[in-house]
Design a protein around this ligand. Structure first.
Ligand code: MN
Length: 228
């Protein structure tokens, strides 16, 4: 059966050490998953009610492409985050079962139009315009789980123009990866191809045209790019 318009391109991520690509279905994000970042935003950490939002899959920027400075903002912020890719799905999972869905890991930026987010918060509006805009999700190549060595001491960090802006260890996450996936699975039926941004530590700040960023999940994945 023909489609009435051209079929949109399937968003996908490269995979380290493989010519295959990882096709993307949905992008889920958790907010306030590092206490020091919640504090810098003046927000409480609510262990029992994690904050989730989504980005469209076609917001990813991959393969080292420039990130165009977005429209409608004068305060584009970086949030460096570990990214988890799911290779299988499920609903209403235990954390033990949820952890088994992980296909691989990467590092990404949850780019945020901070001025629009402040307006949304003030008006109790949703965060879509602050978070789900075009090109709002630069992500590295993925590393399959079997080839990734990471634990609570693994360092997540971001430099901009050679200056360290954000740095933490994964042990500082409020909700662990299995907990995040299990909680999401009680809200949505998760499927293979889903991507999860797992939260950012303190140090979020502005990006400007011409800035070069270097994000790293040390020993696992790196992401280099430029705001154009
Ligand atoms: Mn974030």
């Amino acid at each position: 059966m023909p489609y009435a318009i051209d079929v949109p391109r399937m968003p996908s991520l490269p995979i380290i050490g493989s010519p295959a690509r990882f096709p993307l279905r949905r992008i889920f994000c958790i907010g306030r998953n590092y206490a020091d970042h919640a504090r810098e935003m003046g927000a409480p950490v609510e262990k029992d009610t994690p904050l989730f939002f989504c980005k469209p899959a076609d917001a990813v920027v991959t393969d080292g492409a420039d990130v165009p400075y977005p429209q409608a903002t004068a305060d584009l912020h970086h949030e460096v985050e570990m990214v988890v890719a799911l290779g299988a799905g499920g609903r209403d999972l235990t954390p033990e079962a949820a952890g088994e869905l992980v296909w691989g890991y990467g590092v990404g930026l949850d780019l945020t139009r901070r001025d629009l987010q402040a307006q949304a918060k003030a008006k109790s509006h949703p965060w879509d315009v602050a978070k789900a805009f075009d090109h709002s999700a630069p992500v590295s190549a993925l590393v399959p789980r079997a080839q990734a060595t990471l634990d609570d001491a693994t360092v997540l960090q971001l430099s901009v123009n050679g200056e360290l802006r954000q740095q933490t260890t994964l042990g500082d996450m409020v909700h662990s990866v299995p907990e995040i996936i299990a909680t999401l699975s009680r809200l949505f039926a998760l499927k293979a191809g889903d991507l999860i941004f797992t939260g950012t530590p303190a140090g979020v700040a502005a990006l400007h045209r011409g800035d070069r960023f270097h994000a790293e999940l040390v020993g696992v994945a790196t992401l280099d790019g430029r705001i154009s």
